[in-house]
Design a binder for this molecule. Sequence first.
Ligand code: HEM
Length: 217
Amino acid sequence: MHIPTIKPLYLKIITHIGALLPLAWTVQDYFTNNLTVNPIQELTFRTGRYALILLILTLAITPLNALFGWRKLIPVRRLFGLYAALYATLHFLIFVGLDYGFDRELLQEAIFEKRYALIGFSAFLILLALALTSNRSAMKRLGKRWKKLHRLVYLAGGLAIVHFIWVVKADLTRPLLYGSVMALFLLFRLRPLRRWAQSIRVRFRRTGTLKVGETRP
Ligand code: HEM
C-alpha cells in the first residue's frame, strides 16, 4: 500500500494545519463564549484530549511504517510529538494559571496530593524533555542515549492513560479505548511482530496481492 504521492513538504504543511486547527477552534469558542458554563474546565478537557490524541498519532507512525513501509511519515512523527507537548503545556498552564491562579501553595498541594495531577505532571515533564531534545544538536550530543531517552514516549503515553482513568473516575469507556489503541501500537515494538509485519509487506510488494498463510516457493 502506498501513500498517495504527497511531497514531504506538503505532508508537513498538512500536519501543521491539522494540529493547529483544534487550537484555532478553541480560541474562537473562547472569544464567542462557546465553552460551556464552565469554560476553564472545558479548556482543560479539550487541551488534555488534544495532547493525548497527538501523542497517540506519534505512536502510530512506527507501526504504520512497519506494516506499510510509509517512511514518508517519519519526519511527521516529530511534529506530532511537538504538538502533543504544546497542547500538554497549554493544559498545564490552564491548570496552573486559570484554575489555580498561580498560587504556589495550592498548586503544591494539588500536584502532590491529587494522584491524577501528580501522574499527569510526570507525563508532562517527560513530553517536555522529549520536545526539548528532539532537535539535531541534542541528537548528536546525546548519541546512543538519545534513542533510549525517546523511548520514554511510551511511558508518557501510559502515564497519560492512567491520568485519564483517574480523571474520569466513573465511565472508563474513553480512557480504555485510547489505552487499547496505544497498547496495540506498543506491541509493534516487539521484534517478532515487527518482523512478521515486514515479511507480509515484502510478500505483498512482490505479488501485489496478500494471501494470508502463503509461503514463497
Ligand atoms: C501538569 C500536568 C497535568 C495536570 C495538572 C493535569 C490536570 C488535569 C485536570 C485538572 C483535568 C480535568 C479534571 C476534571 O476537571 O475532572 C485533566 C483532564 C485530562 N487530562 Fe490532564 N493534566 C496534566 C497532564 C496531562 C497530560 C500530559 C495529558 C496527555 C498527554 C493529559 C490528558 C488529559 C485528558 C485526556 C483529560 C480528560 C479530558 C476529557 O475528559 O475529555 N493531562 N487534566
